[in-house]
Design a protein around this ligand. Structure first.
Ligand code: ADP
Ligand code: ZN
Length: 291
């Protein structure tokens, strides 16, 4: 089986061909410039690949309502040229196969559940902390959707008492993304995340915000695994800091063997699929069309 997959991001589109076991045969990265240019290259890549279905995980917000006239569109993004863009429609004009479409983070959650860190479970969340913060969720084996789709990267968080940074979210200023995504780090501290590796205060603040988010997701969704990826999570020292703060904040209220000092390192984890979570997730989405 040859399945096409696209992880459509704000900086690059990763396109690949894989099979029903999540094995990736081929993978390319195309810069996200204008839709004409980028989609032209995407279509060129898939044209002679003889795929039978395609999965797309996209940056958003996106319209996932199959009854909507704008199903398959990227909707209100501030990214120039891409607002109200018919992503699925444009691709299907040229590549005549069924397409499964979801958010980039829902796709990554799906990939992690199928082949990665949450394999064998029926629920998980996948959070990316990168240029933005996005979270995908699966509960009772179903990808979580709603009126549109969850936007758990923009939840409100309590400030760190010493943090006077105004926040960098263009919509909410000091929401989670505005306080803890890569650009927020860079604006607050005047250096890129990777250059701040040795600054303890940076990661204490970071753990303060991210752990609050995870606690909220635990309280609302009760996921069986929490997978944390994206550029900022390459700072591995964040994991133990976040795990400790999650346990401190829950303060014993939610009782489960996973939520203990001994076991929490198996509950809050990096992606099992590494940087391929999104692409493999898109393959897993394509696979649902073949069953
Ligand atoms: P995107 O979210 O655009 O798909 P990434 O997940 O790579 O891409 O996130 C990019 C953000 O993560 C940037 O703000 C960058 O500064 C930050 N970042 C990337 N690598 C690291 C790292 N090793 N340590 C800390 N921050 C990083
Ligand atoms: Zn926001």
């Amino acid at each position: 089986m040859r399945l096409g997959a696209i992880e459509a991001g704000g900086t690059k589109f990763i396109c690949g061909i894989g099979d029903e076991n999540g094995v990736v045969f081929e993978r390319i990265s195309i810069p996200t410039t204008t839709p004409e240019e980028t989609i032209g290259q995407v279509v060129g890549f898939f044209r002679d690949k003889e795929i039978s279905a395609m999965g797309i995980g996209s940056f958003g917000p996106v319209d996932l309502d199959k009854n909507s006239e704008t199903y398959g569109y990227i909707t209100s993004t501030p990214k120039p040229h891409w607002a109200q863009y018919d992503l699925v429609g444009e691709i299907q004009k040229h590549i005549h196969v069924p397409v499964a479409f979801d958010t980039d983070v829902n796709a990554a959650a799906f990939g992690e559940l199928e082949w990665g860190a949450a394999k064998g479970l029926d629920s998980c969340i996948y959070m990316t902390v990168g240029t933005g913060i996005g979270v995908g969720a699966i509960t009772e084996s179903r990808l979580l959707h709603g009126l549109t789709h969850p936007e758990m990267g923009h939840i409100l968080v309590r400030r760190h008492p010493e943090d006077h940074f105004e926040g960098s979210c263009p919509y909410h200023k000091d929401c989670l993304e505005g306080m803890a995504a890569g650009p927020a780090l860079e604006k607050r501290w005047g250096q890129k995340g990777i250059e701040l590796a040795g600054n303890e205060k940076v990661w204490e603040y970071q753990a303060h915000y991210l752990s609050q988010a995870l606690v909220n997701y635990i309280l609302i969704l009760s996921p069986k695994k929490m997978v944390l990826g994206g550029g900022v999570m390459k700072q591995e020292q964040l994991f133990p800091l976040i795990r400790k703060k999650v346990l401190d904040t829950l303060n014993g209220y939610v009782q489960h063997p996973q939520l203990t000092e001994e076991n929490i390192q198996d509950f809050i984890v990096p992606p099992g699929l590494g940087d391929n979570a999104g692409l493999c997730g898109a393959i897993a989405l394509a696979k649902t069309l073949q069953q």
